[in-house]
Design a protein around this ligand. Sequence first.
Ligand SMILES: [Zn+2]
Length: 135
Amino acid sequence: MSSEYEKLLDSVYTNLPKKEATAERFEMPKFEYFSEGNKTIIKNFKVVCDKIRREQTMISKYLSKELAVPVEIRDERLVLQRRLTGDMVNKKLVEYIMKFVMCKECNRPDTHIEEMGHRVRNLVCEACGARMTIR
Ligand SMILES: [Zn+2]
């Protein structure tokens, strides 16, 4: 367990708005992965994507770009073409969730993404109705 990862999670929760303090704490999903040769394989990739209700392709593109690693979706797993040290994949997952899943208004994960065209996307909250432009 990386303490750096724990610190990141702590800072995420500390920065949440206080008004929703009574709302149940969102259980942050975690990738389970292992190394195979020079590759890193996330074995519960689809499970995590389903849990946060995002397309596997969107998350795989995000990880590929952020980690500068070619990736390949293979069945329910994601194969990253590099052996990654530390807990980079889970740090990136937390970042992704904070950017593209959690509602900035009410802090719930009950959101979906609407394509608005011209590469503009909106994060729409099903709990409070907030709409936020994301990039
Ligand atoms: Zn909301």
